[in-house]
Design a protein around this ligand. Structure first.
Ligand SMILES: NC(=O)c1ccc[n+]([C@@H]2O[C@H](COP(=O)([O-])OP(=O)(O)OC[C@H]3O[C@@H](n4cnc5c(N)ncnc54)[C@H](OP(=O)(O)O)[C@@H]3O)[C@@H](O)[C@H]2O)c1
Length: 240
């Protein structure tokens, strides 16, 4: 796909990893529809930075937990601009073990981290019908490895990995669907030991923002015969 002049919808695109992805797209000449939930001022700031890179940008607000409203969100985003790229980045990451998780916690993780990406992909595929499109799901090295912390998060990402492969088959040949499984990119916003977090990373360091951006652009424009792939950008964390 020649990215120049294309448009992408990035969920949770206002800040942190979503902002890295939005700016990488803008640098590649892609217009960006920035979805946000509650971070309106960060979304406005990112929109300004995206536009400074010479492309167009729009904001779309929606609570991804309200899954019955997501068809409407696709409509609103489409009215900003038809888009050829969907990046499902938004997620919640709560430190819940098997014994702490309740039904509401479980459902909240599944709604935001799995059902929302599915419904947005479904709406996108219906809109784009017959044309070339790309879906990128942002995963985690935990998606393919058993862990005992962040249990509902991990299960939701494992299911999103399964969804990535299933949709790659279902939406071929027009739309490719790939996942980027991240490792230590940014410390969780709720704190945590930043040194301990990279102790188990073979690369021994945090990822650089541009390494994440380059992976995204490669999957969108370079890896045109690749679909259903889970591409790890985790310094080897999933291997050990
Ligand atoms: N940070 C890392 O090093 C790392 C590592 C592995 C995987 N990842 C993955 O990378 C992605 C981004 O991570 P991050 O660290 O940047 O996450 P984050 O700081 O927790 O941000 C989460 C994003 O999701 C959005 N979001 C959450 N709940 C929402 C809801 N109910 N409705 C609408 N938007 C909602 C937030 O939007 P608002 O703030 O606007 O509400 C925010 O933009 C996630 O998929 C995560 O699993 C990150």
């Amino acid at each position: 796909m020649n990215l120049k002049g294309k448009t992408a919808l990035v969920t949770g695109g206002a800040h942190r990893v979503g902002k890295i992805l939005s700016l990488a797209l803008a640098e590649a000449g892609v217009n960006v529809i920035i979805h946000y939930g509650s971070s309106e001022s960060a979304a406005r700031q990112t929109l300004a930075e995206v536009e400074q890179l010479g492309v167009r940008s729009w904001l779309v607000q929606a609570d991804l937990a309200k899954v019955e409203r997501l068809a409407e969100m696709v409509e609103v985003a489409w009215q900003c601009s038809p888009f050829q790229i969907l990046v499902n980045n938004a997620a919640i990451f709560e430190p819940l073990s098997w014994n702490q998780v309740g039904v509401e916690d479980w459902q909240r993780h599944l709604n935001i981290n799995l059902t929302a990406p599915f419904l947005l992909s479904q709406g996108f595929a219906r809109k784009i019908s017959g044309q070339e499109g790309r879906i990128i799901n942002i995963l985690d090295w935990r998606a393919l490895r058993p862990v005992d912390d962040h249990l509902p998060y991990t299960i939701s990402k494992a299911a999103l990995a399964a969804l990535t492969r299933s949709l790659a088959v279902a939406l071929a040949p027009e739309i490719t669907v790939n996942g980027i499984a991240l490792g230590a990119v940014l410390p969780p916003s709720d704190g945590g030991d930043v040194h301990q977090a990279v102790q188990s990373v073979p690369a021994g360091r945090w990822a650089h923002a541009e390494e994440v951006g380059r992976a995204l652009i490669f999957l969108l424009s370079g890896a045109t015969y690749t679909t259903g792939e889970i591409f790890h950008v985790d310094g080897g964390r999933h291997l050990i």
